[in-house]
Design a protein. Structure first.
Length: 337
């Protein structure tokens, strides 16, 4: 009898992660509510949802850089077999930037406006490695080459305000990758960029992942953008996961009404005169005023009485697919729509 090959451990395994923000005496907001997922090395997980769904808080929790007074109240974040939530701040400083790097939503605001790009690369490298200036500069040039900047010296001696937003974002990706992290957290890296620059950034991320095997968590409110880069997708609403699975399977047969709304909201390539774009009715929930039942109930066209009374659990539909809905969309119904 042939022995089965060992199953590789995921690079990152998040289990029941819960993040709370106190808002008044004895009251808290759960910005992330019992979220679980796994990420294999060299793959991309797209996390999608409207503003306020908990996406950015989720990845900041992984890095342990939550804004005060946010706190992780439950769960685990296991990276390379070790729980990051059990590590000291000193241990986390050695991991941030070296093993796990982040691209922030506002790239220009993440750089010092008065320091040159050279000095910011040197600082990032020397924070983790004792190398000479010439070695660090060579690494900086290589990182900028890797993100498509063919003449790195043309930007290294400039300051951020002298550089275009699209180029700044590529520099930020280069800064994130210069220490060779295994995991890259991208917080809406294409937001506020025009379509041409967006495509350049997406191409850069795909090339970097292909060349270096970097795992990526890609955060966006745009289902169309997420679908360009992800193998798997997790849809968040009201701080919770409402659907997750293989990207192509979710796009073909979405099971949660909110996922269906996000997909239908992506503008079609075929636009006819008088055609109206679809929009999910209503507004995202106020996390400080969540009542009983499903947080999507007030916006859902499939709502039943139980939806207003009981919060649905995230339940497996197949071994690789799950949705949190009392009345998930049937496969044949989803394909036809």
């Amino acid at each position: 009898m042939n022995a089965q090959p060992p199953v590789a451990e995921p690079l990152l395994k998040v289990t029941d992660l819960t993040v709370e923000f106190p808002i008044r005496s004895r009251a808290t907001v759960r910005a992330v509510d019992r979220v679980s997922f796994e990420l294999a090395a060299g793959t991309t997980l797209g996390v999608v949802g409207e503003s306020g769904s908990g996406k950015s808080v989720l990845i900041r929790s992984i890095m342990r850089i939550l804004d005060y007074p946010g706190r992780i109240s439950a769960g685990s974040v296991v990276f390379r077999g070790e729980d990051l939530l059990a590590k000291s701040e000193r241990e986390m400083r050695a991991i941030r930037g070296r093993e796990i790097a982040m691209i922030f939503q506002n790239p220009a605001g993440s750089l010092s406006p008065v320091a040159t790009i050279t000095s910011q690369f040197l600082e990032a490298i020397r924070a983790h490695e004792h190398v000479s200036r010439s070695t660090a500069l060579a690494r900086a040039r290589a990182a900028l080459n890797a993100v498509g900047i063919e003449a790195p010296d043309s930007v290294l001696n400039k300051r951020p305000f002298e550089i275009s937003s699209g180029l700044i974002q590529r520099i930020m990706i280069g800064l994130a990758l210069v220490t060779g992290p295994a995991l890259l957290l991208a917080d809406e890296p294409t937001t506020s960029l025009d379509l041409i620059v967006q495509e350049q950034i997406m191409t850069t991320l795909r090339r970097v992942q292909s060349e270096f095997g970097t795992a990526i968590i890609f955060i966006s409110h745009d289902m169309g953008v997420v679908s360009e880069i992800s193998e798997r997708i997790m849809v968040m609403y009201g701080g919770r996961t409402v659907e997750q699975g293989n990207l192509q399977e979710v796009l073909r047969t979405r099971r949660h009404p909110y996922t269906d709304g996000l997909i239908r909201s992506v503008p079609s390539s075929v636009v006819r005169p008088g055609m109206r774009l679809y929009a999910i009715p209503g507004q995202p929930p106020d996390l400080a005023r969540l009542g009983k039942g499903c947080s999507f109930a007030s916006r859902c066209g499939r709502v039943h009485e139980i939806c207003r009374k009981e919060d649905p659990a995230l339940s497996s539909i197949t071994p690789e697919r799950a949705a949190a809905c009392h009345f998930p969309i049937e496969e044949k119904e989803s394909v036809l729509n």
